[in-house]
Design a protein around this ligand. Structure first.
Ligand code: HEC
Ligand code: HEC
Length: 503
């Protein structure tokens, strides 16, 4: 896409909309000719290259800088290495301590629903990325992130479905969802385009809905990725008042300014636009906190949206199907809702159950000894603060007077300020959500990091040191701090990596 065009569109403030024809003449003029054979054989790297290319292009518009300019990060050789994910799976997945028996019962029922794989007669599809929350949120325990083996590969052909596995989905790579940067007519898109359809499943005999043409979109450099974020401790994140976020934003302003760190909350004035849906969410001017761009306010909202977007299951919050092709919609609409049939009025819907499971899920328990031993971890914690990582990755915030006793006035040791930061051209994805621009991301909470397998919003690396390096690029607020990390001596760098893997 040509720079001038993007600027023009951005300036007119068009909302994302999925209209337009299939032809993509503007992009085709700039993109290499599409060779369908080559595209079908595209490997992960060329998919990643395309994503990098689109980020470069998008970011350059926003910076008004020539593509190709880079930040001046100096990285000298060092023996410090990512010790790799900590073994075991008992650091996460338990309920919060101190829940009442009914709360614990809701946690258990919610977990079962969160883990369940859904079928077409329950409303799965017509288009979706997987068939259960637990498939994407599973490492190192249910509620976590992308597992070692990506379940999307096997899912593509489940129950007779005739899906092709897109080239950016591999068995050893992260679970991914795909967003398109723009529509065929060049206007901003930004929405999730589901990878799969239920076509071929005998439960929906007349359904022939096709997958998006990912090969073409990749060739047009129009695809960016997101990997799952974990939901351990999510209830505590939900219970942090906006005033606490603002308090931390206003702390240490002198040192933040000297290092070029700003940060702002994602104030939900405009609801986030999901491609294919009208922009109907209300807006109350409070801060969003969930998702890579802090684009959603609450666990209930995320549950309703994920149920519809990731699994194609319409529900009490998201009543309409994303694809309304009649032959593909077998279950009644909305697919899932509170039902009074034969139940007491207080019966919970699935999205309520998902919410209660996530709300009552305890934060991960860090190790005090692994990896590297207690002294190294303690030194690393100190360096995390003195290097400046903690200026964005705020170690702890307080919850409010929660109606849930177990969550009341607790410390949430999340290692995030829940603010948006400009991460520069290198991490830019060109997607706008709420107030978050194409280069802005929520400081990723680091609790549980020790057992995460893939890093950064698109899962571009499994190496912790590389994840730190990616913080530096043209225009990133983290440039100075990243340089300070790479200025540390080898032992110090290792201590900091050990500390991160102890979380
Ligand atoms: C196909 C994989 C997939 C499935 C299935 C899935 N998710 Fe997610 N989940 C993601 C991705 C990707 C993100 C990050 C989205 C973003 O920020 O754009 C995410 C983020 C979240 C978050 C935000 C957590 C935080 O702090 O950022 C919540 C909450 C969540 N999912 C709940 C659910 C629930 C509930 C379900 C089932 C209804 C579900 N997810 C199903 C992939 C999935
Ligand atoms: C200016 C704010 C800022 C500073 C300073 C900062 N980070 Fe980050 N960090 C972020 C943001 C924002 C992300 C998410 C970026 C993305 O995914 O595109 C992130 C992501 C990460 C991740 C990946 C987490 C995941 O789940 O994928 C790690 C690890 C990390 N930071 C470590 C560090 C360390 C170590 C330092 C200090 C050397 C540091 N960060 C300094 C803002 C910051």
């Amino acid at each position: 896409m040509r720079p001038s065009m993007f600027v023009l569109i951005a300036a007119t403030g068009l909302l994302a909309c999925n209209g337009g024809s299939d032809s993509d003449t503007t992009a085709a003029a700039d993109a290499p000719a599409l060779d369908s054979t080559a595209a079908a054989n595209t490997n992960v790297h060329s998919a990643a290259d395309s994503a990098n290319a689109v980020r470069e292009t998008v970011a350059a518009f926003e910076r008004n800088a020539p593509v190709g300019a880079s930040s001046a990060l100096t990285v000298r050789p060092s023996s410090a290495r990512d010790p790799g994910p900590r073994a075991g799976n008992d650091s996460a997945g338990a309920p919060l301590a101190g829940l009442t028996p009914p709360q614990l019962a809701a946690f258990i029922a919610g977990k079962a629903d969160f883990e369940e794989a859904e079928e077409v007669d329950e409303g799965l599809g017509p288009t979706m990325n997987l068939d259960g929350c637990g498939g994407c949120h599973s490492q190192p325990a249910i509620g976590g992130t992308s597992p070692l083996v990506n379940p999307q590969v096997a899912f593509a052909g489940k129950n007779g479905m005739t899906n092709k596995v897109p080239p950016f989905i591999t068995a050893s790579g992260p679970v991914r969802e795909a967003r398109f940067v723009r529509n065929p007519d060049g206007s901003p898109d930004g929405g999730v385009h589901a990878l799969f359809t239920i076509a071929g499943d005998p439960a929906a005999p007349g359904c022939t809905v096709a997958q998006p043409d990912f090969a073409r979109q990749l060739a047009n450099r129009n695809v960016v990725f997101r990997i799952p974020t974990p939901v351990f401790g999510a209830g505590l994140i939900e219970a942090i008042p906006d005033s606490e976020i603002v308090k931390h934003q206003r702390a240490q302003t002198d040192v933040k300014r000297s290092l070029g760190i700003r940060g702002r909350p994602n104030i939900l004035l405009n609801a986030n636009a999901i491609s294919g849906q009208l922009n109907r969410n209300g807006n109350d001017g409070t801060a969003g906190r969930f998702g890579w761009k802090a684009q959603n306010k609450s666990l209930l909202l995320f549950s309703g949206e994920a149920y519809n977007v990731e699994m194609g299951i319409s529900n009490g919050l998201f009543q309409t199907e994303r694809d309304e092709t009649e032959a593909c919609n077998i279950a009644t609409l909305p697919n899932s809702d509170s039902s009074l049939d034969g139940h007491a009025p207080e019966v919970l819907s699935s999205i309520d159950l998902f919410t209660l499971f996530m709300r009552f899920l305890a934060p991960p328990t860090p190790s005090t000894t692994q990896p590297g031993g207690p002294e190294s971890i303690t030194r690393g914690r100190g360096l995390f603060a003195t290097t400046g990582c903690a200026l964005c990755h705020t170690p702890s915030m307080k919850t409010y007077n929660s109606s849930v006793t177990a969550m009341r006035y607790q410390s949430a040791n999340l290692y995030s300020d829940l603010l948006l930061h400009d991460m520069g051209r290198g991490l830019a994805d060109g997607i706008q959500q709420g107030q978050a621009g194409g280069r802005e991301f929520r400081t990723a909470p680091l609790w549980g990091l020790g057992q995460r397998l893939f890093f950064l919003h698109d899962g571009r690396t499994s190496d912790l040191k590389q994840a730190i390096r990616e913080h530096a690029s043209d225009g990133s607020e983290a440039n100075a701090v990243t340089q300070r990390y790479f200025n540390l001596n080898d032992t110090q760098q290792q201590d900091l990596l050990n500390f991160l893997r102890s979380l």
